[in-house]
Write a protein of this length. Structure first.
Length: 306
């Protein structure tokens, strides 16, 4: 197995951003970022199954159930029911591209992701009352004066505790920034920047999910400040914005055949390390000055039926 240094991921990501910025006007300019996604998935062992895929038009079972309950308790005609999709808003090209990727690991193996897709994107505040997140406040860093304060949601955490969307005011862009409904650094609920673009969001989503399934893993509830100092000295930030989900605020660091997730929020573990090989985690443990000899767990993928 050829070693891959994820300490270089920041450079790969920056190259993808630069290529997107220089893309053809009117297109998402995401080809390089999709190639980065493909290579990342492949490097951790994902291969398209060729089997059943999650289709974007597939009905949301939970939403259908909740809508049925509301309809059964209301005397209003069905035609008068509010709609959570605004057809006047464009759907960004990058979102459409992602669904069509032949190596879309979410569409192929959605059970690895613990998220629910929303297609077509629905607006917040949700006029149907299903989506719980609100819109943006009048003063926010994502829209200008007098612009649309709604958010278009395209993905939600498994229990809908967090939602990911893009500003409705930026829906005309091919690859707009992504926001997440979560607590900000001051502990206030609202919308926080999750990724600089939709295509980068899907790279980040794969980083948060696939190594946990395909990689060798170590989980630490808390770590010594000295270990954290050595982590920041020896490994490099991957250049992705912190992942926010269920109270966690997770930063990613890369090194030779390893990725380390460091949570400064309220997740279950302060540090989780993923290795493409067991030996990579053993080398990392030596680098950090810790003993993981009894802590390394084999990949979940090894327990799959052949």
């Amino acid at each position: 197995m050829t070693e891959i240094d994820y300490g270089q991921f920041h450079e790969w990501l920056q190259q993808a951003r630069s290529a997107a910025e220089g893309g053809t006007a009117g297109t998402a300019g995401t080809d390089v970022r999709w190639e980065l996604l493909r290579r990342f998935q492949e490097s951790w062992g994902y291969e398209p199954t060729g089997g059943e895929r999650w289709e974007r038009e597939e009905p949301d079972a939970h939403k259908t159930y909740v809508s049925g309950l509301k309809a059964g308790s209301s005397d209003a005609p069905v035609d008068d029911e509010p709609c959570d999709v605004d057809p006047s808003l464009a759907i960004p090209a990058a979102l459409d591209e992602w669904w069509g990727l032949p190596f879309n690991s979410f569409a192929d193996r959605w059970r690895l992701y613990w998220t629910n897709p929303v297609w077509p994107p629905t607006v917040r505040p949700d006029p149907t009352g299903y989506g719980i997140a609100g819109g943006l406040p009048p003063e926010n860093p994502f829209t200008g004066p007098s612009e649309d304060l709604r958010v278009c949601v395209f993905m939600a955490e498994d229990q809908y505790c967090n939602e990911w969307g893009y500003p409705a005011a930026r829906s005309h862009l091919a690859d707009p920034p992504v926001l997440v409904s979560a607590q900000d650094d001051d502990g206030q609920e609202g919308w926080v920047l999750q990724s600089r673009s939709l295509s980068e969001f899907f790279v980040l989503l794969a980083v948060t999910r696939l190594p946990a399934h395909y990689g060798w893993t170590v989980e630490e509830g808390s770590i010594d400040p000295g270990v954290l100092a050595r982590l920041r000295e020896k490994l490099r930030p991957m250049g992705l914005l912190p992942w926010r989900e269920l109270g966690a605020r997770t930063e990613f660091f890369g090194g030779p055949d390893v990725i380390v997730a460091h949570d400064t929020g309220y997740g279950d573990f302060e540090l989780v390390a993923y290795g493409r090989t067991e030996q990579a985690l053993e080398r990392l443990a030596e680098t950090l000055g810790v003993d993981w000899s009894e802590s390394i767990c084999e990949p979940e993928s090894h327990r799959e039926e052949g």
